[in-house]
Design a protein around this ligand. Structure first.
Ligand SMILES: [Zn+2]
Length: 461
């Protein structure tokens, strides 16, 4: 149904100008997690929603880690389906080296056609996009067929304990048994072989954060001791870092990779098929020339384990510590568990019986796969066909995790769809958690128009 409502948001409109200013003000609030400081971000969103006549609820385990839930309700006579959630997180990842930024990371500076700053992409941009769409639907009295719930959570970047995990476990009543969730990471332009692709995220990996410990005899470090807790851990770290863990090929990974290669020569397509074989996969992936692309492809075909922190029980330079540990950020292919990953690591370490290393699971979350044969997925494809007729929508899988895996526990189908038109000079993946994070204003406005168009069509169909 083509309705007037699809032109809710005209190019150059006051709503788009306001969205830019709102994004700048959110970026200027440093909500680096840890510690988070999301309440200052929430206050701005709350004020915006209240000024538009929408009354959100604010809930959470701690006052300084709040979550916001704002609903616009369908009229009972129009309501034919379960709610749709628009979800964003208010925290951002810390800035490692502010000096490496062209414009200060919390400036929200508008320059070179972009808004610059930590969170511009991940994901204050979508917070503004979703809020703007919600306000427009509300203001124009669109006869929606289901409740639309805007959720802004804390703590996504550091494990979700105070955010979506808390919300799903403690206040599922506020989420109303959602059928669909729209969240990060998808909808942005990827330029490849002269074409524009738009991934819609339909699968994500889980996490298994592990602590590996080695013990050895303490002693005086003036002696010639060859095997210590430290040497064992160093050896383990080296083995794990160099290892290629076994392949676990899933349907979304195949669809994603084939989606990209569909326009390549038959021969090239044959080669990319070899990536899915347990025996040839890892050697074929090694042939991908671009290191970033190679790492991303590999990460959706196997579990990964990256050592990140080493500690020892020692506190003196002249004493051999009896214990050393390394923390390992493990990521799981959907369907895998921490236990399976530990087995894979033990094989790499040559310690199948666990005589040398012990493992502790610090955190485990399951990955998720969502179906693509849904009304919302089709609606996304149709809208993208309208806004970029030459663009190609492909289902995607990400190696990271998002709040979607918590909403999945409510039975919701979650898609990463954060529409963003990017020119070739902006690589989305590099913006994510990287230096010089920025969002092009034109692409951001295009995203608001696209999301609003999708919602105003889907919610009245
Ligand atoms: Zn994010």
């Amino acid at each position: 149904m083509i309705a007037d409502s699809e032109n809710l948001c005209e190019p150059g409109s006051a709503d788009l100008q306001k969205a830019t200013a709102l994004l700048q003000s959110l970026i200027r609030i440093d909500s680096s997690n840890p510690p988070g400081n999301e309440s200052a971000v929430l206050d701005v969103l709350l004020w915006e929603l209240q000024s538009a006549g929408i009354t959100p609820e604010v809930v959470g385990a701690r006052n300084d880690r709040p979550n916001l839930v704002a609903k616009i309700a369908a009229k009972p006579e129009n309501r034919t389906a379960a709610p749709l959630i628009l979800s964003c997180h208010m925290d951002v990842v810390p800035v490692m080296d502010p000096g490496a930024w062209k414009y200060p990371p919390f400036s929200g500076e508008e320059a070179e056609g972009c808004i610059w700053g930590r969170g511009a992409i991940d994901m204050k941009g979508f917070a503004v996009m979703a809020l703007t769409s919600l306000v427009l639907l509300h203001r124009k009295h669109i006869p929606i067929n289901r409740d639309v719930i805007f959720v802004a959570v804390s703590d996504e970047e550091a494990g979700m304990d105070y955010g979506s995990k808390w919300l799903v476990e403690n206040r599922p009543d506020l989420l109303g048994g959602p059928e669909f969730v729209i969240n990060e990471v998808g909808g942005f332009t990827i330029h490849r072989s002269g074409r524009r692709f738009y991934p819609v995220q339909v699968a994500e990996k889980g996490a298994a954060w592990l602590r590996m410990t080695a013990r050895g005899k303490p002693g005086h470090s003036s002696m010639a001791i060859r095997e210590t807790s430290l040497s064992l851990i160093a050896d383990g770290v080296a083995k794990i870092s160099r290892a290629t863990l076994p392949w676990h090929v899933t349907e979304p990974a195949v669809n994603f990779i084939e989606g990209f290669s569909q326009f390549e020569s038959k021969a090239a397509q044959k080669v990319s098929k070899l990536m899915f074989s347990k025996s040839t996969g890892s050697s074929v992936v090694k042939l991908i020339p671009d290191p970033g692309q190679r790492a991303s492809v590999e990460a959706i075909l196997r579990n990964t384990a990256t050592p990140t922190r080493i500690q020892t029980s020692g506190n003196a330079i002249n004493v051999v510590p009896n214990e050393a540990t390394v923390d390992i950020d493990g990521r799981l292919i959907p369907g895998m568990t921490a236990e399976i990953l530990i087995k894979e690591l033990r094989r790499v370490l040559g310690d199948k019986k666990g005589k040398v290393y012990s493992f502790e699971v610090l955190r485990e979350t399951a990955g998720a796969i969502f179906p693509t044969d849904t009304s919302l997925y089709r609606a996304i494809e149709e809208v993208m066909m309208d806004v970029d007729p030459d663009g190609i929508v492909i289902p995607s899988m990400i190696p990271g995790f998002t709040d979607s895996q918590n909403y999945a526990k409510l039975g919701a189908t979650c898609y990463g769809f954060y529409p963003l038109k990017l020119e070739e000079d902006i690589n989305f993946a590099a913006m994510f958690h990287g230096d010089n994070e920025r969002i092009p204003v034109a692409g951001f406005h295009w995203g608001i128009q696209t999301l609003t168009r999708l919602l105003s069509r889907f919610l009245v169909s």
